[in-house]
Design a protein around this ligand. Structure first.
Ligand code: TRP
Length: 360
């Protein structure tokens, strides 16, 4: 059995630096490590429609944005299969069969579903498709016999639910599906990068994101107006680094060599933090440093994106080719599933001869 990755994103907007440190950067490293036999990266348009049923145009428009962000970050179609979820109909069939293995109360207990229901004010009018998307996500993962799912922390309940479905399926129908492992970012601050306003999560609706495709001047503006420590008023005041977004971003992005280049008065982030906490270090200086760090990280991504933007038909071609390859892999798993469930009537010579026997 090989090592196989599956992961993906909902196409509801451009990807931002939270996606980048939380998952995209890691994917590219995993892709280039050569340790994986296959890597599937999925644009989850069908899942995006579970809570955007009335806005298909938004989903449709964002497919290319997400694909461009993928390519810009360094996902390489010769190494990873990039595909669109809705183009692999086998995923729906698997979902239909897995639905029999999951209870309503188990779905209600899924913490991610719970909080999303609250966020969207669905409470008494939850679309069934939305409610069952964890089951569809189990299909996404198991269809490719994925061993490894690199995602952010918010996806943990989904992977847990997938593992339960796999165990249940295998115990009823025999060893067929692969139980996947989640792969979380190793840098703790990358689990969930806060928005530039210090709020828990970057989200388009809160307007607190820095996008991967952002222009240099926009990045600078967003960094310079970032949330810091509200009690750090005068430069001499001692400041707090916990909950201070500028330092959180430095934890996520800054490397030792950045000091020599952009802030040679300090050797390390620890030293910079110590000075800030003691007092005497102004926000502007730290923000300028963060800006330099982010500019360096995002420039090559933005430039690569612009190159791919010049050939949009190529990007769609990559997705089409990837979707065909993904379908091939999923069809194999669906055949295994049907045979395990004994619903492969026409391939089942024993069934046909036993039924013949019965009526002889
Ligand atoms: N739920 C994921 C998100 O919101 C997207 C997704 C769909 C996914 N299917 C998946 C991620 C399978 C990992 C594996 O970003």
């Amino acid at each position: 059995m090989g090592k196989i990755i599956l992961t993906g994103d909902r196409p509801t907007g451009r990807l931002h630096i939270g996606h980048y440190v939380g998952s995209l950067k890691r994917r590219v490293e995993l892709q280039n490590s050569g340790e994986y036999d296959r890597i599937f990266i999925m644009i989850a348009d069908a899942q995006a429609l579970t809570d955007n049923a009335d806005n298909p145009e938004k989903v449709r428009q964002n497919i290319i944005e997400v694909a461009l962000d993928y390519l810009a970050c360094g996902l390489d179609p010769t190494k990873s299969t990039l595909f669109i979820q809705s183009q692999v109909s086998e995923l729906c069939e698997l979902t239909f069969f897995y639905m029999n293995l999951v209870t309503v109360s188990r779905l209600q207990r899924n913490p991610t579903v719970k909080s999303e229901i609250q966020m969207r004010n669905f409470e008494s009018s939850i679309p069934v498709g939305f409610f069952t998307y964890p089951i569809s996500q189990a299909s996404d993962i198991t269809a490719f016999k994925a061993t490894t799912v690199p995602v952010g922390e918010d996806q943990e309940p989904m992977i847990e639910q997938t593992r339960e479905i796999v165990r249940k399926f295998n115990s009823i129908y025999g060893e067929t599906l692969v139980e996947p492992d989640i792969l979380l970012p190793d840098n703790k601050v990358c689990l969930r990068l806060p928005g530039t306003d210090g709020k828990a999560k970057m989200s388009k609706s809160l307007g607190n994101c820095i996008y991967l495709a952002e222009e240099p001047e926009e990045i600078r503006k967003k960094v310079m107006s970032m949330y810091t420590d509200p009690d750090h008023i005068k430069v001499e005041d001692p400041g707090k680094v916990e909950g201070n977004t500028v330092f959180t971003y430095l934890d996520a992005f800054c490397r030792p060599e950045h000091f020599g280049k952009y802030l040679p008065d300090y050797q390390s982030l620890d030293e910079l933090k110590a000075h800030y906490m003691k007092g005497g270090l102004g926000d502007v200086k730290v923000k300028k440093f963060l800006n330099a760090v982010l500019q360096e990280e995002l420039e090559p991504i933005r430039n690569r994106r612009k190159e791919f933007q010049k050939d949009i038909p190529y990007v769609y071609q990559v997705l089409k080719q990837g979707s065909m390859e993904a379908q091939k892999a999923a069809a194999q798993t669906l055949a295994d599933v049907k045979s395990a469930m004994k619903i492969n009537y026409f391939d089942d010579v024993d069934l046909i001869s036993a039924q013949s026997e019965k009526y002889r």
